[in-house]
Design a protein around this ligand. Structure first.
Ligand code: FA5
Length: 339
């Protein structure tokens, strides 16, 4: 058996020096050292030898295994070096050849966000970027989300362990800060990236964009809310869009409403995009809850306000007919090039 081991060692040491590419080398290594390789098989036979023989043969076999392993490693380095040298020789680049960069373009979400911002800057609104990391207090307590509300659950919120901080789940987390730090009348729009611990599919992502509006002053009512939303949607779709409101529950507004808008693609007649109903379900809105106004340092007996917030991703999907939300975060330039 000793002879067999030494012969194998010699054969391997000779053969590896002639191998020219890494793939063949790896294959050959497997043939020798792999699970069913030649040397591995020999090592398995050791157990059938007498104890004295096992000592001598085992020692030789281990030495051979080390020698062969080192040889494979040395040859791998040699092959790599030769490969690079050959590439440098054959693939020289002429750096003087003029080349053109393809010009990039804005992401569709950025484009629509900028349009919305333009519309509202013209109407005298201030723009505040939403924080991406915020506190449990601002994200939930300050906007009247009860301690037991399921949205606080691990299912939806990314908690930053032990710090009292969370990844913002909604741009509404800015309402309290703005009320406390700005004087009335407040007219603000707040775009931002938010995060929810949700399964990703064609209409849900765990990272997406929202835009929030808050207006706080004396005598603010539902008609102001209706006018603002109608103006924004008509501007985005470049035609008059109607809205309708249904009762909806959000802890931070009272009354709360769900807003739908008339399908701009079929003018409310019914088509594939609005699934034949003539209406597109859009977002939550309402008059700011007195508790939220009070927590913001203002007297709800004097001040009132409205707030609404929507998912920018979904609006951009509707506007451009994008079938799957996952395109937004993918680096696929074929998608991005279309805008
Ligand atoms: C809110 O986040 C409220 N803060 C909105 C609000 C503001 C209501 C002010 C009242 C007053 P909601 O959880 O429904 O509500 O999310 C708002 C929008 O975000 C949804 O309409 C949807 O367009 C978008 N959205 C929610 N979850 C996802 C998700 N996983 N992926 C993509 N978009 C989402």
């Amino acid at each position: 058996m000793l002879n067999q081991i030494k012969t194998l060692e010699l054969t391997v040491l000779t053969k590896v020096t002639h191998i020219k590419d890494e793939e063949t080398l790896i294959q050959y290594r497997n043939d020798i050292l792999g699970k069913a390789g030649e040397l591995t098989t020999i090592l398995k036979w050791l157990k059938d030898l007498s104890p004295e023989e096992r000592g001598t043969v085992g020692k030789a076999a281990n030495e051979t295994r080390d020698i062969i392993t080192d040889a494979f490693e040395a040859e791998r380095k040699r092959i790599k070096k030769e490969f690079i040298a050959q590439k440098l020789e054959t693939e020289q680049e002429d750096v003087t050849v003029p080349f053109s960069h393809t010009k990039g373009s804005l992401h569709p979400i950025t484009m629509v966000q900028q349009e919305v911002e333009d519309t509202f800057t013209r109407m005298g609104f201030d723009i505040y970027d939403a924080m991406e990391v915020t506190t449990e207090y601002l994200n939930f307590d300050a906007v009247n989300v009860p301690k037991t509300h399921p949205a606080r659950d691990m299912q939806d919120t990314f908690w930053l362990e032990g710090s009292g901080h969370v990844l913002a789940t909604q741009t509404s987390c800015m309402q309290n800060l703005i009320m406390k730090n700005k004087s009335t009348p407040i007219k603000a729009i707040i775009p931002g990236r938010v995060f929810r611990n949700e399964d990703v599919d064609a209409t849900h992502d765990n990272t997406f964009y929202q835009v929030e509006w808050i207006v706080v002053d004396k005598w603010i009512g539902i008609s102001h809310l209706k006018f603002t939303i109608t103006t924004m949607l008509s501007d985005i779709f470049g035609k008059e869009v109607k809205i309708r409101m249904r009762p909806g529950y959000f802890p931070f507004v009272e009354p709360g409403v769900e807003v739908d808008f008339s399908c701009p693609f079929c003018d409310g007649v019914g088509c594939k995009i609005c699934k034949g109903s003539g209406w597109i379900e859009f977002m939550g809105a309402g008059l700011i809850h007195p508790n939220v106004i009070r927590e913001g340092g203002l007297d709800p007996e004097i001040y009132s306000g409205f707030a609404f917030g929507f998912g920018l991703n979904r609006l951009v999907m509707i506007r451009y007919g994008i079938p799957d939300m996952r395109y937004f975060m993918s680096p696929d330039v074929r998608f991005l090039k279309q805008f």
